[in-house]
Design a protein around this ligand. Structure first.
Ligand code: MG
Ligand code: ZN
Length: 221
């Protein structure tokens, strides 16, 4: 009998191996890291900018931005106070552990307390390519609609924190928060959730405090 391993399985196990190596490297540097995922336009870069604004006086922060093309997001992160590295995926629709490893080589990891990785805007494959970061964070946003947990369950199942961005738009957009949260609850009970608005600043402090607590925990552990 021939044992068949699909090409997809091979790709995923190679990625998992590299993710484990990344994790080890980040741990050695006591560097707390987040993999930030979302659909395009949900506000990944805006959340990173807001986080930098409130955390840069306390911590040394690096940002790695994955995009299909351009350095727009890394430039925004650098402008907001991070040491930023841009990954251009050359058309690939997610950031993988190998790309992160290459980006980590550009940074003197011991110098930083916090690493923010902005994944490529996509609600499908980033879920299955772990990077080796401490936590996976998903950003949903009000204009995307309340059905996203039902349509993209894999993204919601595996993450450690959920940001619901653009809550300032709730009065103008049809979005049933109860229906949305019921969907999240089904997939990931007790998922810590931060409703925020990058425009008004509402809820940002709670999010930033959560990040800060983890940065401190990583330092003493
Ligand atoms: Mg962005
Ligand atoms: Zn992909």
């Amino acid at each position: 009998m021939t044992k068949k391993i699909s090409i997809v399985e091979k790709i995923h196990s190679a990625n998992d191996q590299l993710a484990a190596e990344n994790k080890q490297q980040l741990n050695q540097a006591d560097l707390f890291s987040l993999n930030i995922m979302a659909s395009p336009g949900a506000g990944k870069t805006s959340i990173i900018e807001k986080s930098l604004e409130l955390l840069k006086s306390d911590y040394k922060i690096a940002a790695i931005d994955g995009d299909v093309a351009t350095s727009i997001d890394a430039n925004r992160a650098a402008e907001a106070g991070a040491t930023a590295v841009q990954i251009n995926t050359g058309g690939q629709c997610h950031t993988d552990a190998h790309m992160l490893r290459n980006a980590l080589m550009e940074l003197d990891l011991d110098k930083f307390d916090l690493l923010l990785v902005e994944n490529v805007g996509n609600l499908i494959c980033p879920a299955s390519f772990k990077l080796g970061t401490d936590k996976n964070v998903l950003i949903a946003s009000i204009p995307e609609g309340d059905d996203k947990p039902y349509k993209y369950p894999a993204m919601y199942q595996d993450v450690d924190a959920l940001i619901i961005n653009k809550i300032d738009l709730l009065p103008y957009v049809k979005f049933d928060m109860e229906y949305f949260q019921k969907g999240v609850q089904m997939l990931n009970p007790d998922l810590i959730t931060f409703p925020v608005s990058c425009t008004t600043g509402k809820g940002i402090e709670a999010w930033v405090n959560w990040v800060s607590e983890h940065v401190k925990d990583k330092k003493v552990s």
